[in-house]
Design a protein around this ligand. Structure first.
Ligand code: GAL
Length: 711
């Protein structure tokens, strides 16, 4: 891959050229000795460390047009395109007849314009010749209807026949492009979405259960099948559940779905790796606005080199906390930096009202991604196809091939990305606080919410927002991740706590960590059966207290204690203490009689650390007090500190320098005072005592120095 030197390729205005020269003068020392790989183990040293790009579908356009598109991309400082993920009918027009030459030509032209390529495998949209000759490769929905051609995602993820076709086309692509210098990575499929309920998949589910439980006795016992006469005498009696099934069965089905997507993906990883150079990464783009739960994101990303997700707002404007949390969640899947493989250039076509982001908001959103650990941001899409289902979607250029208004905003982002790439190289967000989530817990609650208003993401954000407002970096990670680096660990809804997970959490506490469990924690074991210790299951003894009863609320319950007064909605747990050193932090006020004056939160020192249990969904202001108390108790140190309302501060730490990204998400100018020793990355490394950020304005500052030519 031959990337043009930054100097030649960056925004061409004379002012910015002067700024760039100043930047070179300012950035002196080489700080390459960093332990943070940018693209997992397969980092390609030639690829810029911060990339802006777009999804490009050359197969939809005459070849004579490609050069003009690529020139416009280069002018906008786009350095990566994702191609191919829906191009199966063009790549393999009939079974076994491959036509990859056009893609090779498109890649060569991209290279000429200093644009790297990620190839998407086309398996999300099988061609008509395939599904008409092999209808068994089409998925069957929960109501028994087989999908038809004409859309996408119509394939059966579990079908062995379908996988043979997938592996064949993927192997062809990998053999041809696995050594291509301009191809930097692979995306498998596209936003894995729907499972299948056909008889073949049901058989595979039975085999999966048999491998897991070995005997029907152990399955019957784990799922308590004596209940409602569910006892199974043969594996093939077990249903493929849709809704309302046995909780143990439902949870195992979700795990089966995750494993089946993982093996679907594995087949393609193996086909690619057989030919591809290790420097080419493999990922998949995770959809569903990040928080989707059809399958376990930790499991799926385990086999990938980098995680990537598709960051869309849809209707309205950017929800800063939610979107920031989703970036942190995506970073937590592999506990490393990630890519935003798709984001909206202004607007989408699938929201109830497809409003456009305000001027500047697209830039704020791109920088928020970077601040939270994205090393690439790609717009979906470069240009709308003339026909097809997404004609109304936002794009960078119009049907006539000339730039749409959003193009210039994205070009400015690209110019600034080029300026910031050297400073950001080898940096990543580093947190003292983690929020832990597990899919088991999420699913277990969603199968039986008990209160239709129970909002797991909303509750997570109630824990998250005060931390971000106080300027802390937050990791959102799986509960089984190593926890020793964190001072504070929050578990808002950790419903499923097995003995192993309890041991892991307790070891963290014993060694000095503060664990704050939220409502519904520890109610279930790994089979989604009720824990006999009551809540929080195996952690009842160390907590020195437990949940005596839970109450779904349809109104408000008052609560008061040392940290303030407030209200509880959605869920209230009546706690008790059994250990003399377990302290009651809050009590409920007068409500249903059962809760009156009962503990709502307890806390106990354990080993060198502390466990706290908050059994209520508190109003945001009181939650802020709880988080502030927990952070102080845990010794969480200030990072940048609080800034003006509406301004987000993100911190990325490198070997010996730290980069701060300031984003004003507000609608008015904001003033941010800076500590001494910070240099303005986008303005020639000048130092400043303060900055005034316009609405949607962004500033990037760094401490110390870095290698200016690093990319
Ligand atoms: C994504 C999908 C893209 C495109 C986009 C439109 O979910 O991966 O192919 O459809 O939505 O917003």
């Amino acid at each position: 891959m031959n990337f043009a030197p930054v100097e030649k390729n960056r925004r061409a205005s004379p002012t910015s050229r002067r700024r760039y020269e100043k930047l070179i003068a300012f950035a002196v020392a080489a700080l390459l000795a960093t332990s943070f790989p940018v693209y997992g183990q397969n980092a390609d040293p030639n690829v810029p460390s911060l990339l802006l790009g777009a999804a490009w579908y050359p197969e939809q356009w005459p070849e004579s047009r490609w050069e003009a598109d690529l020139q416009l991309m280069e002018d906008a400082h786009l350095h990566v395109v994702r191609v191919g993920e829906f191009a199966w009918s063009t790549l393999e027009p009939s079974q076994g007849h491959y036509n990859l030459d056009w893609l090779a030509r498109a890649i060569r032209l991209a290279e000429k314009h200093h644009i790297a390529v990620v190839i998407g495998t086309p398996t999300d949209a099988p061609p008509a010749w395939l599904t008409s000759a092999h209808p068994e490769t089409l998925r069957v929905d929960a109501d028994g209807h087989r999908a038809e051609h004409g859309g996408r995602r119509q394939f059966n993820y579990a079908s062995p026949e379908y996988r043979v076709f997938c592996v064949a086309i993927v192997a062809q692509l990998a053999r041809r492009f696995g050594h291509d210098p301009d191809v930097i990575g692979w995306q498998i499929g596209n936003e894995y979405t729907d499972e299948s309920f056909d008889t073949g998949t049901r058989r595979l589910f039975h085999e999966w259960l048999q491998r897991k439980y070995k005997t029907l006795d152990s399955l019957n016992s784990a799922w308590t099948t004596a209940y409602w006469s569910q006892t199974y005498d043969r594996w093939d009696e077990i249903p493929l559940p849709t809704a309302g099934g046995n909780p143990g069965l439902l949870l195992d089905h979700k795990r089966f779905v995750s494993d089946t997507w993982r093996s679907f993906q594995r087949a393609q990883i193996d086909a690619i790796r057989k030919y591809a150079e290790p420097r080419q990464f493999i990922t998949t783009n995770i959809g569903g606005l990040g928080w989707s739960d059809n399958w376990d994101h930790y499991e799926i990303t385990r086999d990938l080199d980098i995680a990537s997700w598709d960051d869309y707002v849809g209707e309205g404007s950017l929800n800063v906390a939610r979107n920031g949390a989703m970036h942190d969640f995506a970073r937590g899947w592999k506990r490393q930096n990630f890519w935003v493989m798709e984001t909206q250039p202004g607007s989408v076509n699938w929201a109830p009202i497809n409003t456009t982001l305000d001027r500047g908001e697209t830039s704020a959103m791109a920088w928020q991604a970077v601040g939270h650990g994205a090393d690439a941001v790609l717009y979906w899409q470069w240009r709308d196809a003339l026909n097809g289902q997404e004609q109304y979607h936002g794009a960078l250029v119009g049907p006539d091939g000339t730039p749409l208004p959003i193009y210039s905003e994205i070009r400015d982002i690209g110019g600034d990305f080029e300026l910031a790439a050297a400073a950001l190289k080898g940096t990543k967000p580093m947190a003292q606080v983690a929020i832990v989530v597990t899919y088991d817990s999420r699913w277990a609650i969603d199968f039986q919410p008990h209160n239709k208003n129970y909002d797991q993401l909303g509750i997570l954000l109630d824990y998250y927002r005060p931390l971000r407002d106080a300027g802390y970096t937050v990791d959102i990670i799986g509960a089984d991740a190593p926890l020793d680096g964190y001072k504070l660990v929050l578990a808002p809804d950790l419903n499923v706590i097995s003995k192993d997970l309890a041991t892991h959490l307790l070891a963290y506490v014993q060694q000095g960590g503060h664990l704050l469990l939220g409502p519904r924690s520890g109610m279930k074991d790994e089979h989604n059966a009720l824990n006999v210790e009551r809540q929080p299951g195996p952690l009842v003894a160390p907590l020195g207290g437990r949940v005596e009863q839970y109450y779904a609320l349809d109104g408000i319950v008052p609560v008061a204690g040392a940290l303030g007064t407030g209200t509880v909605t959605q869920w209230a747990e009546q706690l008790s203490t059994s250990a003399p050193d377990a302290e009651v932090m809050f009590r409920y006020g007068k409500s249903n009689g059962w809760l009156d004056n009962q503990p709502a939160m307890i806390s106990r020192p354990v080993g060198r650390g502390r466990i706290s249990y908050l059994g209520a969904v508190l109003n945001p202001d009181l939650m802020r007090q709880v988080i502030s108390w927990a952070a102080t108790d845990a010794g969480v140190q200030a990072e940048f500190g609080q800034v003006a309302n509406g301004v987000e501060v993100c911190r990325r730490v490198g070997g010996s320098h730290t980069v701060y990204v300031f984003i004003n998400h507000g609608h008015t100018q904001a003033h941010v005072a800076l500590p001494s020793g910070l240099h303005d990355v986008l303005h020639g490394g000048e130092s400043a005592k303060a900055i005034d950020l316009a609405a949607q304005g962004v500033a990037v500052f760094t401490t110390g120095t870095y290698e200016s030519k690093a990319r």
